[in-house]
Ligand binder design. Structure first.
Ligand SMILES: O=C(O)[C@H]1O[C@H](OP(=O)(O)OP(=O)(O)OC[C@H]2O[C@@H](n3ccc(=O)[nH]c3=O)[C@H](O)[C@@H]2O)[C@H](O)[C@@H](O)[C@H]1O
Length: 437
């Protein structure tokens, strides 16, 4: 009789043999089977517990680690696209033209800066991780726009050192315009780790690769007006102390300024930080107030307008994107070369910080009135106490340093800038085909 023949087809048909030896063996087998069964169940419980535990969630559930997903890059075709996008096409007023790696190129400021550089004949290569902090389809639309003007955006993360090293091997970039960051003041309370990941770890990762490169590029990067924090002296000047950040976002930008000092000091990297003041305009960020106020006013939804203690006005030095772009180009064009190479400093290098604001703070309630006029819809206003979530009461830039050294001169008032934004918004989201996310 073959072994297979003794196997019961159903448990009830199992026949016990009479031999005591066989009987014991069967009991032993049955205990072993039970033990195995219990072990599997126990292991199963452990695995279920492990995978459901928040600390070990798979990557997509942890927004701070979104950008750790793997991207495809490399190969001869990819390298050819990288080189072609970064190739300088024509000389500009500043001499021979520059070749710029723009991080965060599918972001709001990144898209505008990349397009402006390309327009004047500079070489531009974008880098972006296309994370889902806000509607990624808007980032894809910006990418399509840039692609049409010849800018290739490499999909990847600034924390990916191997990718950064490769990019700087393939192209001898003269400059890096570093705009990739976790933005937003209030979101820092929801997802603090994402700020550390992008604004600190990511920045250090980029600086590490740049300092080792030969030649080292000059770096211009986005700091923020939020570094002034609880500062009450107005207008905010670069000489003011910035040691009272009110949000983790601000603290990570402030940390970035100190980190920049270190890499400049040790490795001779040329570094320029730009403190942007609430930048707005077409292709803007849906997480910003002017953007979601527009969406909500059009939908007839109520909007919250923050108010400080004792009915104090909350105001911002709103700055139009085209002015910011000019400031960025001015910073790139006046950036001196880094002095080190291959990780060794050869002499002192340039270290700068500038305010890029509009010199004219506007109360948030006035911004809403302008939107109401442009949209021809009355907003459903609800006045709310300024929440303790990192927001500060007002910002106001002193821009004389940027004026003097970068030729920065903002030209767009809020009414004019919002008019351009609203025109773009209505055409982009026309016919309600796309919902502003
Ligand atoms: O300059 C910067 O460095 C930062 O600018 C931007 O931050 P903020 O100036 O806070 O802009 P934004 O959120 O549009 O709120 C605008 C105003 O509306 C008020 N506000 C906001 C929300 C709301 O529901 N109600 C309201 O009154 C709010 O109190 C505020 O007064 C960038 O997002 C940030 O990434 C960073 O770049």
């Amino acid at each position: 009789m073959s072994h297979l023949d003794t196997t019961p087809s159903t448990p009830g048909k199992f026949k016990l043999e009479k031999s005591p030896y066989v009987h014991n063996r069967l009991r032993w087998h049955s205990s072993l089977a039970k033990l195995t069964c219990w072990s599997f169940m126990f292991l199963g419980f452990i695995l279920i517990f492990f995978f459901r535990s928040p600390s070990s969630s798979p990557l997509p559930q942890d927004p701070s680690r979104r950008s750790l997903r793997t991207y495809n890059w490399g190969g001869p075709v990819w390298e050819k696209r990288v080189r072609s996008s970064a190739r300088i096409r024509s000389r500009n007023g500043n001499g021979n033209g520059i070749s710029v790696l723009v991080t965060g190129a599918a972001g709001f400021v990144g898209t505008h800066v990349s397009a402006a550089l390309k327009r004047r004949g500079d070489g531009v290569l974008g880098l972006d991780n296309f994370n889902d902090y806000y509607d990624p389809s808007l980032k894809r639309a910006r990418q399509a726009l840039l692609e049409r003007s010849g800018v290739f955006i490499v999909e990847g993360d600034i924390n990916d050192s191997a990718l950064l090293r490769k990019l700087l091997e393939v192209v001898a970039f003269t400059h890096v315009m570093h705009l990739a960051a976790q933005a937003g003041v209030r979101y820092a309370m929801e997802n603090p780790a994402s700020y550390v990941h992008s604004n600190i770890a990511g920045f250090v990762s980029l600086l590490e690769i740049c300092k080792s490169a030969n030649p080292q590029p000059a770096i211009v990067w986005a700091s923020s007006s939020s570094v002034y924090g609880l500062n009450t002296k107005v207008p905010f000047s670069e000489r003011d102390t910035t040691d009272q950040p009110a949000s983790l976002y601000a603290a990570t930008k402030k940390a970035g300024e100190e980190i920049a000092h270190t890499y400049n000091h040790i490795y001779g990297l040329s570094l320029t930080g730009l403190r942007f003041f609430t930048v707005y305009g077409p292709w803007g960020r849906p997480d910003m107030a002017y953007f979601f106020f527009t969406r909500d006013i059009l939908k007839g939804k109520s909007i919250s307008i923050f108010e400080a203690a004792n009915h104090g006005t909350v105001a911002r030095d709103f700055t139009y994107i085209d002015d910011i772009v000019k400031g960025c180009l001015g910073a790139l064009d006046t950036a001196e070369k880094s002095t080190g190479s291959g990780g060794k400093k050869k002499g002192p290098a340039q270290l700068r910080v500038y305010n890029l604001g509009n010199m004219s703070p506007v109360p948030v309630s006035d911004l809403v009135s302008i939107l109401e006029r442009l949209l021809k819809v009355n907003a459903k206003r609800s006045i709310m106490k300024l929440p303790r979530n990192g927001d500060i009461q007002f910002t106001h830039a002193n821009i004389s340093l940027a004026q003097r050294e970068l030729g920065y001169k903002p030209e767009t008032d809020l009414q004019t800038g919002l008019k351009k934004f609203v025109r773009w918004y209505l055409s982009y989201y026309s016919g309600g085909k796309k919902a502003a996310g």
